[in-house]
Design a binder for this molecule. Structure first.
Ligand SMILES: [Zn+2]
Length: 202
């Protein structure tokens, strides 16, 4: 940004440029657009950013972001209760659920094992998963962790863990039609639907 640009604008553009998908140029365009908004709307916009953390919680059942706990998905009485789909991140859950073809429960693992980054199982929500399986309601666990190297590592780890402690729980994973390296959150609806339908038992 030009060094003689007014300070308030510079500050805003710098902040906006930190967002994914926004470089300095598009950040400046966004800031200029905001300047054209009526004051009441920019205030509402600013307030929604300000309140973001205060008004968001983690669902105690699935670990997803929500405004009420349990979240609307976990609280939905119509959903099937004996099938649990494990995803790495919350946005993968959104992608899967937007498809509308999966009507079971979800749980968010909070990432994947990354041995090269020294990210071990202590960084993941393993305890939450173990507690959930110990409730005895889940008959099948569907691993929807993607097809990356980290996902493969995590699948092997979970398979050993669950095979040892919950041998009665069937473990499956999304069908491998998923392009190698694919992340669940970026998959299109039809690919996801098919990979769920043809999921493979482990
Ligand atoms: Zn939930």
């Amino acid at each position: 940004m030009h060094k003689r640009a007014p300070e308030p604008l510079k500050v805003l553009v710098e902040q906006l440029a930190r967002l994914p998908g926004l470089g300095p140029k598009s950040a400046l365009r966004a800031a200029m657009a905001l300047l054209k908004w009526p004051e009441s709307e920019t205030q509402r916009f600013g307030l929604s950013i300000h309140n973001l953390r205060d008004n968001l919680h983690l669902c105690s059942r699935c670990g997803g972001l929500c405004s009420v706990d349990p979240c609307v998905i976990c609280a939905d009485a119509v959903r099937v209760r004996d099938i649990l789909c494990l995803v790495a991140e919350w946005d993968s859950m959104l992608t899967l659920d937007e498809g509308g073809f999966y009507r079971g429960q979800y749980m968010i693992l909070g990432g994947l094992l990354e041995p090269l980054e020294h990210r071990g199982s202590e960084h993941l929500e393993i305890d939450r998963l173990v507690r959930r399986l110990a409730e005895g309601e889940v008959a099948e666990l569907v691993l929807a962790l993607g097809a990356t190297l980290e996902a493969e590592n995590t699948v092997s780890f979970l398979r050993r863990l669950i095979g040892g402690r919950f041998p009665h729980v069937r473990v499956s994973r999304l069908a491998q039609g998923i392009p190698l390296g694919a992340e669940v959150k970026y998959m299109d609806r039809e690919t996801l639907r098919q990979s769920l339908q043809y999921r493979q038992e482990l």
